[in-house]
Design a protein around this ligand. Sequence first.
Ligand code: FES
Length: 229
Amino acid sequence: MRPTDELTAAERRELIASMRPEDAEGVPALGELDVPAALREQIETAMARYPQLRSAAIPALWAVQRHYGWCTPQGVREAAAVMGVTPAYLEAVATFYDLIATSPIGRHRILVCHNISCWMNGADELLGAFCDAAGADRDDADQHGASSADGEFFVKGFECLGACDIAPMASIDQRYYGPLEAADAVAAIEALRDGEEPLSDKALALRPAAGGPDPSATERAPDAEGHDA
Ligand code: FES
């Protein structure tokens, strides 16, 4: 099915008119799906934190994304089966949040803040440098995000990431780095290609906080297969 934001107004009216409760897909039967044990455990752990199980939708989708790289239709069905909700419910949540990917994206996700503080400090040049180094389309990156042809990188211009004091900054695989220069973008992409930690001297997690750096802050949460993210 095409994304609804690509439909014409007439197509959208037709789609809405076609919707009936009986059209809605039911809750998938857990026994009919081969849900990976690690994924199921992560979702059930999230569900245990909330009085309303449906409230675990975001952590469940995040677990799917970590497991499959993005929220695949099959992964969403698996999460729905574990949670006892319809896939449509989870899809509605997933499509609302732009940190949840509902289509394939590059393996390493780079969000370059281009809001006011970062923009005034060179975010446009930084975004361009990341795109050039990764091989991602600059215009697409600024709009909806762009993946490199080799599938290794996803680069996206993003609104304020809440770290204006290190402007211009970027989030690389969920970790913050800044202040960054164009040369840092090249170095980061090279490090990621080599399977190394990027820009350790610019990692927010390694900056001294009150009382000094916390060594435990350098540890990454393992993914579903036990590998560092
Ligand atoms: S403006 Fe870039 S982090 Fe706030």
